[in-house]
Design a protein around this ligand. Structure first.
Ligand SMILES: Cc1cc2nc3c(=O)[nH]c(=O)nc-3n(C[C@H](O)[C@H](O)[C@H](O)COP(=O)(O)OP(=O)(O)OC[C@H]3O[C@@H](n4cnc5c(N)ncnc54)[C@H](O)[C@@H]3O)c2cc1C
Length: 469
C-alpha cells in the first residue's frame, strides 16, 4: 500500500507530493487530465504574491506581513480566517528557495502587467514551466504519477481515509491529500448555484471557464455530502471580465480585458453599473466577472478612447474600433442614443486633476451615480474602442474547512489522515474577493503542509507496525 495518495495534478498537489516524498513517504499522484493537459489551473498562472522585508532577488522594495494582511482584509471584506491567512502570508516569504530547488525560475515582471513588481514574484515561462519543473522533480524523486486518472469516489469511514476509486479500481493509502481544484468546470453545478435571476435567466449559461476543464468538484460534492465541514458558498468565485469571444475552457490570461479602469463599462442598456476606478486593477479585476454576471444578459461593454491606448496590456483579440461613439454603439449592438447619453453625463461629471495610473489619483467624477473615484478622464478623443465582456470563472471558493495542519474536518473534528490543499480549501482564506497571486500562495503553503502532515501520519503508522512486530 502506498503511504501517501495525492489526488490532483496542479500546484497544490505537486507541492504536497514533493514534500511527502522528501519526508521519506512513498507517493502516488493521480491526475485527471492527460499528460499534455496536466497541471490544472496552475499551468495558466504567472505569479505568486510574496511577503518580503526588503529587496530580494526579483522582488523590489518591501511587502511586509501587515500590508499583505490588510490587502487580504480589504479584498475579502474581512471574510477570512486570520490565522490561516497569516500562515499563508508568512509561508509566502520563505517558499521561493524551496521552489527554486525544484526547478522553478523567477523573473522580474514585464511592463504593462498588473503593476505587481513589488508584491508578486513572476515565474519564468509562467505556470506551465512551474508545473513542468515540479513534475520533473517529482519523477526524479520517485513520485509515481498516473494521468487520465480521475478519482470518482472516496471510501471514508469515521473521518478516516481508506481508499480512492477510479471507477471500479480501488486504491488504498495510509494518508491522502485532496488537491483536485474547485468545481469551476462543472457547468451544471454552477447553474444550480446561480439559479435563475430576476430576468428569468440562468446566469451561469453565459459563464466562460478561464482554466482547466477537469476541475469538476466531484470529490468536493461527495465530501460535503458525507458531512465534511465546508467554507464559503457555491456562488463565490474568482471571476474576471473576459473577452466574450474567449473559448469555453482554457482561454487563460490573454482573454482578460484590462482597460476597465481607463474608461467606463456599461451593460446592455448602455448604463454604467459600478465604479471603474475604485482601486488598483490587481485588487479589482477579480470582481468584474461577478459584476458582469449580475447584469441582464450577463454581458458588459468596456469603452475607452484613444488617449489611454498603450497604458494597459492589450487583450489577444482586438476590440471594436470606431471614429464616433454612435458608430461604436452600432458595432457593439448598443442603443447609440443611450450610450451617447451615458458618455455625455460621465464626461461632464469628470473632475480631472493630475492623471497618474500608478497611484490612486485625484481624477474623479462629481455628482454621478455610480461614481468613478479615480482615473476619471473624459471619453472624447476618437477613435473609440469597445470590448464585449462575459464573466470568466477562474476558480470557485466553496471548499473544505481546514486548520493550520490542513486536515479535512468532519463535524468540527479533524481527520487523522485526510488533508486538503489549494482551491479545495482556498475559501478559508478567501471568503470573497481576490488579490492577484494569492491563489498560488495558498496552494503552495497548504500543499506543503498537507504533504508533510500526510507523510508524518503514514510514516508513524509504519513505525507503530515495526514496533509491534
Ligand atoms: C487563467 C488563470 C490565471 C491565473 N493566474 C494566477 C496567477 O498568476 N497567480 C495565482 O496565484 N493564481 C492564479 N490563478 C489561480 C490559480 O490557478 C489557482 O489558485 C491555483 O492554481 C490552484 O491550484 P490547485 O492545485 O488547487 O488547482 P489546479 O491547479 O486547478 O489543479 C487541480 C488538479 O486536480 C485535477 N483533478 C480535478 N478533479 C480530479 C479528480 N477527480 N481526480 C484526479 N484529479 C483531479 C485537475 O486535473 C488538476 O490537475 C489563475 C487561474 C487561471 C484559470
Amino acid at each position: 500500500m502506498v503511504d501517501v495518495l495525492v489526488i490532483g495534478g496542479g500546484n497544490a498537489a505537486l507541492c504536497a507530493a514533493l514534500m511527502a516524498r522528501e519526508a521519506g513517504a512513498s507517493v502516488l499522484l493521480l491526475e485527471s487530465a492527460p499528460k499534455e493537459w496536466r497541471g490544472g489551473n496552475s499551468a495558466h498562472t504567472r505569479n505568486i504574491r510574496s511577503m518580503h522585508a526588503g529587496p530580494e532577488d526579483v522582488m523590489s522594495e518591501a511587502y511586509p506581513e501587515e500590508e499583505y494582511w490588510q490587502d487580504v482584509v480589504k479584498v475579502t471584506g474581512g471574510i477570512t480566517d486570520e490565522k490561516l491567512a497569516r500562515l499563508t502570508i508568512r509561508a509566502s516569504a520563505n517558499c521561493r528557495d524551496w521552489m527554486q530547488k525544484h526547478g522553478v525560475r523567477f523573473q522580474p515582471p514585464l511592463s504593462g502587467t498588473l503593476n505587481l513588481s513589488r508584491t508578486n514574484a513572476f515565474f519564468m515561462g509562467g505556470g506551465k514551466a512551474l508545473v513542468n519543473a515540479y513534475y520533473r522533480s517529482a519523477e526524479k524523486l520517485g513520485v509515481k504519477i498516473r494521468y487520465n486518472a480521475t478519482v470518482t469516489a472516496l471510501d471514508i469511514q469515521n473521518g478516516q481515509f481508506l481508499a480512492a476509486y477510479i471507477d471500479n479500481e480501488r486504491i488504498e493509502a495510509k494518508a491522502c491529500v485532496l488537491a483536485a481544484g474547485g468545481f469551476e468546470s462543472n457547468r451544471e453545478w454552477l447553474k444550480e448555484a446561480w439559479g435563475i435571476n430576476e430576468h428569468g435567466e440562468a446566469p451561469a449559461d453565459n459563464f466562460l471557464i478561464r482554466g482547466t476543464r477537469y476541475n469538476k468538484g466531484v470529490l468536493l460534492k461527495q465530501l460535503i455530502g458525507m458531512g465534511a465541514d465546508s467554507v464559503s458558498d457555491a456562488t463565490q468565485a474568482h471571476m474576471v471580465a473576459v473577452d466574450a469571444r474567449a473559448p469555453l475552457y482554457d482561454g487563460g490570461i490573454c482573454t482578460r480585458v484590462d482597460c476597465v479602469s481607463f474608461g467606463i463599462v456599461v451593460n446592455k442598456n448602455a448604463q454604467r453599473f459600478s465604479d471603474e476606478g475604485e482601486d488598483f486593477w490587481p485588487k479589482r479585476y477579480a470582481f468584474w466577472g461577478r459584476l458582469v454576471a449580475q447584469q441582464p444578459g450577463q454581458i458588459g461593454y468596456s469603452i475607452i478612447d484613444s488617449k489611454v491606448l498603450g497604458r494597459f496590456m492589450p487583450p489577444v483579440f482586438p476590440g471594436d474600433k470606431a471614429d464616433t461613439l454612435e458608430e461604436l454603439a452600432n458595432k457593439l449592438g448598443l442603443n447609440p442614443e443611450a450610450l451617447m447619453r451615458t458618455v455625455r453625463e460621465y464626461n461632464s461629471a469628470c473632475r480631472v486633476g493630475k492623471f497618474d495610473h500608478t497611484i490612486m489619483d485625484d481624477c474623479h467624477t462629481e455628482g454621478l451615480q455610480p461614481a468613478k473615484t479615480h482615473w476619471a478622464l473624459p471619453i472624447d478623443q476618437g477613435p473609440f474602442y469597445g470590448y464585449i465582456l462575459r464573466p470568466g470563472v477562474t476558480f470557485t471558493y466553496l471548499g473544505l474547512k481546514t486548520s493550520d495542519k490542513a486536515e479535512v474536518h468532519f463535524g468540527g473534528k479533524p481527520s487523522d489522515n485526510l488533508f486538503v490543499a489549494g482551491e479545495m480549501m482556498a475559501g478559508n482564506v478567501l471568503g470573497k474577493g481576490y488579490a492577484a497571486g494569492i491563489g498560488m500562495a495558498i496552494g503552495t503553503a497548504f500543499g506543503r503542509i498537507a504533504g508533510t502532515q500526510a507523510a508524518q501520519f503514514a510514516l508513524a503508522q509504519q513505525d507503530q507496525k515495526h514496533a509491534a512486530a
